[in-house]
Ligand binder design. Sequence first.
Ligand code: ARG
Length: 471
Amino acid sequence: MAQLWGGRFTKPTDEKVYAFNASIGFDKRMLRQDVCGSIAHASMLAAQGIISEEDGKKIEEGLKGIYSDVCSGVLEITDKYEDVHSFCEAVLTERVGDAGKRLHTGRSRNDQVALDMRMYVRGEVCQADALLQKLLETILMIMKANVSTYMPGFTHLQKAQPVTLAHHMGAYFEMFKRDRKRLADIYKRMNECPLGAGALAGTTYPLDREYTAKKLGFDKATDNSMDSVSDRDYLIEFLDALSIIMMHMSRSCEEIITWNTNEYRFVEIDDAYSTGSSIMPQKKNPDIAELIRGKTGRVYGSLMGLLTTMKGLPLAYNKDMQEDKEGAFDAMDTACSCIDLYEGMLRSMKFNEDIMEKSAAGGFTNATDAADYLVGKGMPFRDAHTVIGRMVLECIDKGITIDEMSLEDLKKLSDIIDEDFYEAVSIRTCVENRSTKGAPGPDAMAAEIDSCEKFINENAVLIDPLDDFLN
Ligand code: ARG
């Protein structure tokens, strides 16, 4: 057991208690953030004359050595230490002596862990953003290639009106675009540095909080020290954003699973993204899509877990807050790997354009357009609705589509119907005439694709300021 706080105790911690209390098993993944935060803190302490320049240098070199030794496998983070903070300080002190013991001057583990977690999450926000940008590029590629791939649009999972695959995918572009905007908002709001808040009430040392904030890539130091050590809003916001991202992917996966069925055959998931059955040789299952849909639940769970953990906490730090990590780390790992896999599955998926178009021509998706045809010839819409309703009934009876009816039969339903009816209700016309902004018609779609392209080009991926901190 290597603890930072043995002084006022007369007997050692019970072993089970020690293990229960320790967080090293999961917070060791914040090593890089802990090292960067400590280097910034030590450099500030030296600049303010609180420790000597020489000690400052020793601490920096020592911490960089610890980081590279852990990365290369020479040094192992073991559960001999309570948490990653204790590990760094203990090894540093072993390596550089008294300078190591001066590192924690004017700092508490409360502001230290608040800082580490915030920087870790900031890095994950950037990673999720980069993955989403790649996903948007893939969706845009599919859109561009499918502006005249006709397919049925659904409401109530019933064929409704014809759309295009570009239009359908465009809906997902919007969702993931909003997700990126949400991440950018979160980044902006969270990018304040809690270091220097101490245990809860600041310190008596002349710390320069703006110096460390700037050095670590924050916009500013936080304003209230009690809030600084007990705020986890940014993490809740991020888990919320991840939950929404998962929800979006899950909806799309649900469609892909349906589209991949023997009944639909709209898509074929690439072999590389499918799995087989141990008993049924014919099977090619959409397991990846199902898993993404399934894993949505655990990401929601992490959000609910943290909201619940935080709801009863009085100010300021409480050990409950250590529970912010495992669920959040799991949610971040899960969501990021899901975005990555979902993007690959989409990119490699084959769309059966002929089957989609046939399906659009089936199910009376042009019934609204047939009614609009009659309206164009002077019939009030409500009457036209009734006439086409009868037409559909007759077609169902005969097992044909509207455009398979003879002109003679059509005229029996309404004598204002002429030869031009067939062109008016063709799937192509139905889509091409839908030219309002945001609709699937070719001009509207071209404008939408332009705006998607613009979004991608004008919204550079968020960059983690710590990326080159240790170089
Ligand atoms: N492992 C702790 C956490 O994750 C670090 C902070 C400990 N602070 C304390 N006062 N015990 O929250």
